[in-house]
Write a protein that binds this ligand. Sequence first.
Ligand SMILES: NCCCC(=O)O
Length: 248
Amino acid sequence: MDSNASDRMPVIGITTYRERAKQGVWDVRAAFLPEQYMDRVSEAGGAVVLLPPQPDPASAAARVVRGLDGLVLTGGLDVQPELYGAPRHALTDPARADRDDWELALLAAAREAGIPVLGICRGLQLINVAFGGTLVQHLPDQPGGERYRIGGGVFAQLTTQVLAGTRLAAILGPGAFGVHAYHHQGLDRLGEGLVASARMDDGLVYAAEAAEGSWLVAVQWHPEENAADIRLFEALIAQADAFAKEHA
Ligand SMILES: NCCCC(=O)O
């Protein structure tokens, strides 16, 4: 065993996306990620590694996860509906195949290696698709669905119900829980091997987790927006720390 393993910070990969960005005289494509994700992982005790989409994603992901103890699949634009066999809704975001392919490859490699995974918003949706589930492409098509994305880049303050007996309930406690939300898509058919761990009052699955295997918890809301409650990130870091020690 590495004698320094016990005091090494768990290394947490956080997915990012490639976007055009301007800074001063520079107008370039860059890896983009809201800093809240990095800050919450750091505050919880993790060392952050940013993971922008890579060419040859399956091969790159298999090699990248060897250097990770945990993985965060972040929020962002919509998963391509072709990946779950649905025709494209008019309001679904343009395809970002590089990101979808990269994150699906990272998820598969992380599951193979037993690395703990936290999915956030799009991350939950991507995980559901990876497990064979489907998505509702535009929740405002349904009565009451507009409350999930009130617009203008403002997070909606919603209350979800954390389901007793789940990993999520062990972290947050069962029952009513206040969240920050911003999404127009949601889970439809739950993927095989996932169990619902939170629901909204309209029945929408608001969190899910792996029924078996290594730790995988995913939420539809944005816990990184709530600096006063970092329990989900602390739970990931605890799992990542255990993984690191087991594999030292
Ligand atoms: N579909 C990507 C996650 C955010 C949203 O649903 O708007």
